[in-house]
Design a protein around this ligand. Structure first.
Ligand code: SAM
Length: 330
């Protein structure tokens, strides 16, 4: 099926699903998680088979793009098998968001399994700062992961940087040069108020895409493109590089009117909007009616009516959504 049958009350077509394969992560990024986290018990999370069943049914309803995320998707045991399974569904675009730490070991198998694209998070090129931001991450491991991904021949690799004043804002030019040098795209993300954090004030740390763009413009002329990756990024090009610079601006540039995506958390909660709690619990259905694809598809179609028109993030850092990003599936 090429046309998605999933449309919401506002006429938006949903053809992009972000599936979380775990809430666990080997990093504890300060803007994403608390230092001490309690993760979900096994019984409460979807099995790999259940995740595949959800993916398969979304595809049969016209989904053309799936992104696996988490938590850190690559810490889930069996994730390469899941990639192979979903990779056989004939998607137009099959991607993953990862912190890159496991890529030295897994990049090649993921690519062979049919994964097309990777987004790799990278908030600093300074080893000390990197470990402060990620709390448990090691920069050299991620840089090796980026090289392993390049070698494995993914169609596109994009770096993701959450920009925070007082933490990594001064590294923006260096990160751009790094992306250019490696021939990768880079997207700068405004921090979103998801979950209560203690290590900085989100309101004070907010660095808008406008501010980031002004910093880059001191070094490179940026030309807005109409490239559409089917996601929330707006892309700019530089004249002398194939690397694109993207901006995800949930505060300063609301992207809700063209929203084409939904998320499924690893608990099987179909979330209709990143910044709202509207959701449908698919896990009871998966467990009470195992293998009943018809029922699952009906539940997915019915859920579209719950997709809210837009999210409302305030820029003062006030938390409106209590779920952390690792629970949401970033
Ligand atoms: N572990 C993987 C990773 O590090 O990319 C995938 C999950 S992570 C939640 C996905 C993306 O969400 C990362 O690029 C991360 O930087 C971003 N993220 C997490 N919390 C965020 C927040 N509060 N605001 C903006 N971006 C956030």
């Amino acid at each position: 099926m090429s046309q998605s049958v999933l449309t919401d009350r506002f006429g938006r077509t949903v053809n992009y699903v972000r599936l979380s394969v775990t809430d666990r992560c080997d990093f504890r990024c300060v803007y994403c998680m608390a230092e001490e986290m309690t993760f979900l018990p096994r019984a409460k999370i979807m099995s790999l088979e259940e995740i595949a069943q959800v993916a398969r049914n979304f595809v049969s309803l016209g989904t053309q793009k799936i992104r696996l995320t988490g938590g850190e998707p690559l810490v889930r045991k069996g994730v390469v098998d899941l990639v192979r399974e979903i990779g056989s569904y004939g998607l137009r675009d099959f991607a993953m968001t990862t912190n890159g730490s496991q890529l030295p070991a897994l990049a090649e198998d993921l690519r062979k399994g049919g994964l097309d694209r990777l987004n790799i998070s990278l908030d600093s090129l300074d080893a000390e700062k990197f470990s402060t931001i990620t709390r448990t991450g090691k920069l050299s491991q991620v840089l090796d992961g980026i090289d392993a991904a390049k070698e494995a021949g993914f169609k596109r690799i994009k770096l993701n940087t959450v920009v925070m004043k007082g933490r990594n804002e001064e590294e923006i030019p260096e990160l751009v040069e790094f992306a250019r040098g490696k021939g990768l795209d880079i997207t700068f993300i405004e921090e979103m108020p998801l979950g209560e954090i203690s290590e900085h004030d989100r309101g004070l740390a907010l660095c808008t895409s406008e501010e980031v763009r002004a910093i880059i413009a001191r070094h490179h002329e940026l030309e807005l493109t109409d490239d559409d990756s089917g996601g929330p990024s707006r892309y700019y090009r530089m004249q002398d590089s194939a690397s694109r610079i993207g901006f995800i601006s949930p505060h300063s540039h609301n992207f809700c009117s063209t929203c084409n995506r939904v998320r499924v958390t690893v608990e099987g909660r179909l979330l209709l909007c990143l910044g709202n709690e509207h959701s449908v619990d698919l896990l009871p259905l998966l467990r009470e009616h195992p293998g009943d694809d018809e029922r699952l598809r009906e539940a997915i179609i019915a859920a579209m009516d719950l997709k809210p028109e837009r999210h409302h993030f305030s820029s003062d850092g006030e938390v409106e959504i209590l779920r952390f990003m690792n629970m949401t599936g970033g």
